[in-house]
Structures are given as C-alpha cells and as structure tokens.
Write a protein that binds this ligand. Structure first.
Ligand SMILES: Nc1nc2c(ncn2[C@@H]2O[C@H](COP(=O)(O)OP(=O)(O)O)[C@@H](O)[C@H]2O)c(=O)[nH]1
Ligand SMILES: [Mg+2]
Length: 235
C-alpha cells in the first residue's frame, strides 16, 4: 500500500499543520495539499510542511477559478500520475479524524470506494448547529430519492479510492465546481459499477476557521441530483 491523502485547503492555516502531523503518524501515508491561493497564507504554511516532511508532503498551488470540485479534480489527476494507491481525500479542518484513516484504508482492500459515513450505524456528528445537521441529512435523502444512488453519505469528503477504479472515472467531464462534485463523483462511481463501502465516522465541527459553504454552492448542490437523474435516463 502507498496511500496518498489529498487535502483541499482554503483559509486553513491553523488547522493544516495539525492535520498533516496526525496523518504523518500513520506509516507510509503521503499527503497532497491542494491550496486555492488562500488569502490567509495557508499556501506558505503548506510550503513549510513540504520542506519539513522528508518528501512525504507535497502541495499544489492552484491559480485561476477557485472551487472544491476544481481542486479535487486537479489533486486526483496529480495523484494518478504517481503510483499511489489507494488515493484518499479528507477535509483540512479536523472534522475528519486522521485516526479513522487506517479503518478506511483497511476497508479499501475489498472495495473500489470507501466512504467515511455519518449516516450508517455507528456514524455521528458532533457540535454542528441543528440547521447544519438537518440540511445535511435532508440533502442525503433528497439525493437518494431523486437519483436512486444507494449511498447513505454521498456528501462526505472522507474517502479512499482504489487507484484502478478512479482511473476509470471521467474526471475531466465532471461539471460541478463546488461541494456537488462529491455527489457527482460518487454517482459516477456507482454508474461505473464500483464496489462502494461505507464505514462509520464521527464528524466533528471545526474549532478554527470558518465553513466555506455558500449560497452558490448550495444552489449547485440542490440541482445536481436532477442533472444526474437526467444523465441516467439519457446516458
Ligand atoms: N482548495 C479548496 N478547498 C476548499 C474550498 N472550499 C472549501 N475547501 C476545503 O474543503 C474542506 C471542507 O470545507 P468546509 O468549509 O470545512 O466545509 P463544511 O465542513 O461543509 O463546512 C476544507 O478543508 C476546506 O478548506 C475551495 O474553494 N478550494
Ligand atoms: Mg468543515
């Protein structure tokens, strides 16, 4: 196993060193930070981590249009140019606990895609405001109802991909720029016949920095299930 963890960042200067230090405690794990020109200097923090890491940390400094989806596409394509496997993704804000990663890695021995899930037995959310809990639970039900996708937490950004499965997906055709990217990629994986497993995680709200969930991102997320349902019919 040569696991690589892609960590997208936008204004995470306080969180990034902590999450990277925790990830590097796990044997053989490599980290790829994808920073979107964060105004708070997260990119410079990442450069320091690269210098201190003995080759285990790298950083992609994005320029041009910013977005979580665009960052993931660039990061996943970069990961596929290495020999890393599995290729994982997680948030920088410690909502995803690096200590859970070994369980995801273990599960990826028998799955093309492993999702760290809040919505399977044993999964939990801590410290989210009630409106965020309701929004997330509703979003996942809404996505399942409209698209028929059989994933309980398709908006989770804590994932491990078997490299060969990721290679089969049409990364460049993915149209979503924001959080909807996660739903679209999970849907493409299911459509491609990938074996998908969910393992329970506890998602903890960030202590530092702010969420980037915006109205624009929410509108894109509300529309994505309809676009996917249409793609299935015409696809
Ligand atoms: N590169 C990049 N990362 C982003 C962008 N928006 C959010 N992120 C990162 O994606 C992860 C999840 O975002 P966050 O704001 O915590 O969303 P929330 O947990 O749903 O409130 C964090 O690591 C963010 O720094 C973006 O536009 N570009
Ligand atoms: Mg977060």
């Amino acid at each position: 196993m040569r696991p690589l963890v892609i960590v997208p960042t936008y204004n995470e200067r306080d969180n990034l060193p902590v999450v990277v230090a925790k990830l590097l405690r796990i044997p053989d794990v490599q980290v790829l930070v994808v920073d979107d020109g964060s105004p708070d200097g997260t990119g410079d923090v990442a450069d320091v981590l690269v210098r201190e890491s003995d080759g285990r940390v790298s950083v992609l400094h994005r320029t041009g249009p910013r977005g979580l989806g665009l960052s993931y596409i660039d990061g996943l394509r970069r990961a596929l140019r290495t020999d890393a496997t599995p290729v994982c993704q997680m948030d920088a804000d410690l909502s995803h606990d690096p200590a859970d990663l070994p369980r995801l890695l273990a599960a990826s021995a028998n799955a093309d895609l492993v999702i760290g899930s809040r919505y399977v037995p044993g999964g939990r959310i801590e410290n989210w405001p009630r409106r965020r809990v309701l929004l997330s639970a509703f979003a996942n039900r809404y996505i399942r109802a409209i698209t028929g996708l059989r994933i309980n937490d398709s908006t989770s950004g804590f994932r491990c991909w078997r490299r060969e499965a990721l290679q089969r997906l049409p990364l460049l055709q993915i149209a979503s720029n924001g959080y909807a990217f996660l739903v679209e990629l999970a849907w493409e994986a299911a459509a491609a016949g990938c074996r998908i497993t969910e393992v329970p995680i506890t998602f903890v709200e960030r202590r530092h920095g702010a969420s980037k969930l915006s109205a624009r991102v929410l509108v894109e997320s509300a529309l994505i299930p309809w676009r996917l349902a249409w793609r299935r019919r015409t696809g």
